[in-house]
Design a binder for this molecule. Structure first.
Ligand SMILES: [Zn+2]
Length: 209
């Protein structure tokens, strides 16, 4: 099965590290236009001093081998999506996340929503015949802060990446498992983990043009 990870930062880099070890994963595309900065190193340990200034996607491909294909660009609506069975959202902004959601729906493949802002993390499997982001969050989602503006706590990104990997692995092994139809939430300051059921019906929002 081929996957793409959009974003190679605090969530995306540990995701790639986990994906290369999962037996059902074949090719992994990593999409991120950013360079490694010194401030990334404490929370993104797959980068080091020598990778500062290099493209994150290309560095991960060097570290994790030939199955990891870098695309050092930013996702937008003209992005040439590689042929994938599953997309991972590890972005830090809603416009990119919406582009991922629309690409997944138009290709009728699922995607994994994974988000971390400050002390809060969220993740969910988004099925092509299930609810969309607008069903979950309404139009207000477009106004949310980006993590680089709001800051993010390191262990929250690692926990969200781990949850996203677990959702993907469960989807491959037990696609009808009802545990997949939930939004998983983490509040790091209180140490709280919980989940809420996703709406059952397919939404009527369609693909936003
Ligand atoms: Zn919807």
């Amino acid at each position: 099965m081929n996957v793409a990870v959009i974003g190679a930062g605090g969530i995306g880099s540990p995701l790639v590290r986990g994906l290369v070890e999962l037996p059902w994963v074949d090719q992994i595309w990593v999409v991120d236009g950013d360079q490694v900065e010194r401030s990334n190193l404490p929370r993104q340990p797959w980068y080091d001093e020598a990778s500062i200034g290099s493209k994150k996607a290309e560095t991960l491909a060097q570290v994790f081998g030939a199955r990891v294909h870098p695309m050092a660009v930013r996702v937008d609506r003209t992005f040439p999506w590689p042929p994938c069975d599953l997309l991972f959202d590890a972005t830090d902004n809603w416009p990119a996340r919406l582009a991922i959601a629309e690409a997944a729906r138009s290709q009728a493949i699922p995607w994994i929503f994974a988000s971390a802002v400050r002390w809060e993390g969220q993740s969910a499997l988004m099925r092509p015949d299930g609810p969309c982001l607008r069903c979950l969050f309404g139009e207000e989602l477009l106004e949310g802060p980006r993590c680089f503006e709001a800051g993010v706590v390191g262990f929250v990104t690692l926990a969200v990446a781990g949850q996203a990997l677990e959702l993907a692995d469960r989807w491959v092994r037990q696609p009808a498992d009802s545990a997949l139809d939930r939004l998983y939430l983490l509040e790091g300051r209180e140490g709280a983990l919980w989940s809420v059921g996703l709406p059952k019906a397919r939404c009527s929002h369609g693909i936003v043009q």
